[in-house]
Design a binder for this molecule. Structure first.
Ligand SMILES: [Zn+2]
Length: 338
């Protein structure tokens, strides 16, 4: 068998929790800085990379807002989407479900509708060129308020089929999940898949709200489930997938050290977890490195990685025939690796 690092590099990967706005390539961002601010002091990739070394969470938010300024036209969204998928395909990502939030750029962007169209265009071109299926999930973002959520869902309606679901990221503390109950019910009735970030910065109650009131099919993060045995048992018994993003949790300091992260306990206790990169460029960590990290820190082995890939396939929203094809690819790739 090849060394574990080579296996991780070459193994088939499925990414289910990745925000396009946090996964842009540095080359792309640099090109837009040159275009929109030719006088900028940021002239090369090295200087640009330094913008994403954070002291704390506030710094992370400031960098997030700063880089969003360079997403201005429909072409920016189309090109960035395409390049994100290309960079994932290079890591042998064989299927992707990605969040995007077309309402985050209202003040200076081309408008939500143009962003949706352009993102779909970039995604569909990349699917064709790199041969990987991509599902887009529109993040309604808690911070935008539940009052506006139904209008957003209306904007998504014409794209049903091309956009696969809705998600709920953002500030869990001040914008609790239950306020979004109606819009999630409506989305489900229209055939959208539903997911929500929960249990990232708030306790187990937040996960329970997402499960019992929003009826989501997957939980983003869900790491505070570790604080409640009963909830962990429910998540395990119902096999509700948790999209785990270890580096993100450490960089945003919702988990203080690698040792405190519950990923290995969840896995050992039979919860259906998947490994994801969340905002890979912002956190300076690829999905490949995410797998290297869990092997190094928690002793995951090749068999575990194979199982995690199957978990991700099971947790994904792809149609049965795409899942069957992906299953074959996974088996072939693993046969070649081992
Ligand atoms: Zn996220």
């Amino acid at each position: 068998m090849k060394p574990l690092n080579h296996i991780i590099r070459d193994m088939p990967k499925i990414e289910l929790h990745c925000h396009l706005e946090g996964a842009f390539t540095l080359d792309f961002l640099l090109s837009r800085i040159h275009k929109y601010e030719p006088e900028s002091e940021i002239r090369d990739l090295e200087t640009l990379r330094k913008q994403f070394v954070f002291g704390d969470f506030d710094h992370f938010i400031r960098s997030w807002v700063w880089k969003n300024r360079y997403f201005r036209t429909a072409e920016d969204f189309r090109d960035s989407t395409y390049l994100v998928i290309e960079s994932l395909a290079r890591q042998n990502v064989i299927a992707l479900e990605a969040f995007f939030s077309p309402w985050d750029f209202d003040a200076w962007g081309p408008g939500a509708e143009a962003i949706i169209e352009a993102t779909l265009e970039g995604k569909e071109a990349a699917e064709k060129d790199f041969g990987i299926p991509v599902n887009l999930i529109a993040d309604l973002v808690r911070n935008h308020g539940h009052e506006k959520a139904e209008d957003k869902l209306k904007q998504l309606a014409p794209y049903k089929g091309r956009i696969c679901g809705i998600g709920l990221g953002g500030d869990e503390t001040h914008f609790p999940a239950f306020r979004f109950e109606d819009v999630f019910r409506l989305a489900r009735s229209q055939g959208f898949h539903t997911v929500a970030h929960a249990g990232e910065t708030e306790g187990p109650y937040s996960i329970w709200d997402a499960v019992s009131r929003l009826n989501v099919e997957r939980i983003g993060h869900g790491i505070t489930a570790i604080q409640n045995r009963e909830l962990m048992k429910i998540l395990r018994d119902r096999q509700i997938p948790l999209e785990i993003c270890p580096t993100s949790n450490l960089k945003t300091q919702v988990v203080k050290s690698a040792r405190e992260h519950p990923v290995k306990i969840f896995y050992d206790e039979g919860l259906l977890i998947t490994i994801n990169s969340d905002d890979p460029t912002m956190f300076n960590q690829t999905l490949t490195e995410e797998f290297q990290f869990i092997c190094r820190e928690y002793g995951f082995q090749a068999d575990d990685l194979d199982r995690l890939t199957h978990y991700a396939l099971k947790a994904s929203f792809f149609t049965p025939d795409i899942k069957t094809k992906l299953q074959k690819t996974i088996e072939n790739d693993w046969d070649n690796l081992t």
